[in-house]
Ligand binder design. Structure first.
Ligand code: FRU
Length: 490
């Protein structure tokens, strides 16, 4: 079954690719050759290469029966498309291969994923189980004959039981999965195994209280900088001030974990990214010991204008994670991204700016680095406008009184709108690194204490940048732009 379904999907994608319109295709982000993708899955380094899988519907630009798409890379920057790795339709995954993870077990690359089974489409009833698929070449995967490896959730449960994340600790494999109790509470549950095939239930790792939603999707749990981090994507959190503005959230707890007693003591929930489009993040540890995160760079039920071009969905840039003294996650672009830099333009150096300045830019793939000196600035509000056309602009600005960074895409172009804001810890400088691709923007503030990730769909195709300020002067220590390589055009 699987081989036929994989071949059919591959053949379909090859044709669909011919009809994809290039205008919003990203230049240095992971996307499928055509049609729909959502969550990153199975991030792993295997035999020296980085592998990223993703939720993929090869037959349509909308979500549908989930396959696992696949890309790999030697350097975390230049990706190549590989054949679709998993197609649904077997007894263990009749209606979808949902999200999951990957581990290296000796010579094997093992994918652990959720099988989705529709009971009644009209009533939206289904059940979900956990499965594995094994490869010796990192490209072709055989589903384990005795799948599922976990057939049902362990205790009082609704139908939601998915997104297994597996890791090894000492001599055991551990798996966490997102789960909803029969009381409608989101939680992360834990299993233990010696061989990836036989799993025993090991208890609840953490559960929602009344503020943290009705279902926790795509959990991840790891040790970092002497702490333990539980990351997950809760559904059902209410907006609160500037926080939790998107339909669903992604965030984390930082604390201490004891494997013996399965007790996780942690601080408050913190939202991970503050843009419009960031969800279902997953991480992995690479051979250099770095903890690297990649998220889905979209949001459920958002408007995706690229659908009319024959594709939808992309993944964020890879970001290196650390935990700060204050137990917050710091997220910065992996250093390899500097390899994308081609032409460098120094636009400003050590300048007190008292009126708007504009710069002609002709490239649509850009990295912008800007450092503002807050001590010598008198302006109350300042920032950058990017992708500036006659009527269009995307505005990244800083409000000094509130120490808030904002990303405004209300005039960004087609089909999207809205402002997002995040309060930054006060500092003497504001350091921003901004990655602009043909339909995305990622802003990294200071040492990665805040990030803002959003999709934008400019129509005017004028790529100018302008710097503005109000209520005084702003001191720019430096403003630099790099034109970036298009990795898909080689
Ligand atoms: C998260 C999610 C997962 C699920 C997958 C289905 O975005 O809903 O919980 O496995 O997407 O595509």
């Amino acid at each position: 079954m699987t081989t036929i379904n994989l071949k059919k999907a591959e053949a379909f994608i090859k044709e669909a690719k011919k009809n994809v319109h290039p205008r919003y295709r990203l230049g240095y982000h992971i996307m499928a050759p055509a049609n729909w993708i959502n969550d990153p899955n199975g991030l792993v380094q295997y035999k020296g290469e980085y592998h990223v899988f993703f939720q993929h519907h090869p037959y349509d630009e909308n979500w549908g029966p989930m396959h696992w798409g696949h890309v790999k890379s030697k350097d975390l920057i230049h990706w190549e498309h590989c054949p679709i790795a998993l197609a649904p339709g077997d007894a263990c995954d009749q209606d979808g291969c949902f999200s999951g993870s990957a581990v290296v077990d000796g010579e094997d690359l093992v994918l652990i994923y959720t099988g989705h089974h529709i009971i009644d489409k009209e009533k939206d009833t289904f059940f979900q189980n956990q499965n594995i698929a094994i490869s010796q070449d990192g490209l072709h995967f055989n589903k384990y004959e005795q799948n599922p490896v976990i057939a049902t959730p362990p205790h009082g449960s609704t139908q939601h039981f998915r997104d297994p994340k597996v890791w090894k600790h000492n001599d055991h494999w551990y798996m966490i999965a997102g789960h909803q109790t029969d009381e409608g509470i989101g939680e992360v549950i834990l299993f233990k195994s010696q061989n990836l095939r036989d799993w025993a239930y090991h208890g609840v790792l953490e559960q929602s209280d009344d503020k943290h939603g009705y279902m926790w999707e795509c959990p991840d749990f790891f040790e970092l900088d002497g702490r333990y981090v539980l990351m997950f994507s809760p559904q059902g959190m209410e907006p609160s001030g500037d926080l939790y503005q998107n339909l669903f959230q992604t965030g984390y707890f930082v604390g201490q974990y004891d494997y013996e007693s399965n007790s996780f003591e942690h601080g408050d929930f913190t939202e991970l990214d503050h843009g419009h489009d960031f969800y279902a993040v997953q991480t992995f540890k690479d051979d250099r010991g770095r903890r690297i995160a990649i998220g889905w760079m979209d949001m459920w039920e958002s408007n995706m204008p690229s659908k009319e071009d024959g594709w939808a969905g992309a993944l964020t840039l890879p970001r290196e994670l650390h935990v700060s003294k204050e137990e917050k996650i710091l997220m910065t672009p992996v250093e390899e991204l500097k390899q994308l830099r081609k032409k460098e333009h120094t636009l400003l150096e050590d300048k007190l700016v008292e009126e708007p300045l504009s710069f002609d830019i002709t490239n649509d793939l850009l990295e912008i680095e800007v450092i503002f000196d807050l001590e010598t600035s008198t302006a109350r509000h300042f920032g950058l406008k990017v992708q500036c056309g006659q009527t269009e602009e995307t505005v990244i600005s800083y409000d000094v009184n509130e120490s808030k960074l904002s990303l405004d895409r209300s005039k960004s172009g087609k089909g999207v709108s809205g402002v997002r804001r995040v309060k930054l810890p006060e500092k003497n400088r504001l350091y921003l690194r901004i990655y602009l691709d043909r339909s995305s923007i990622e802003v990294f503030a200071n040492e990665g204490i805040a990030t803002m990730t959003s999709r934008i769909y400019p129509v005017e195709r004028n790529h100018d940048i302008s710097l503005f300020q109000s209520g005084g002067k702003v001191k720019v220590i430096g403003l630099k732009v790099w034109e970036l390589e298009d990795i898909w055009k080689n």
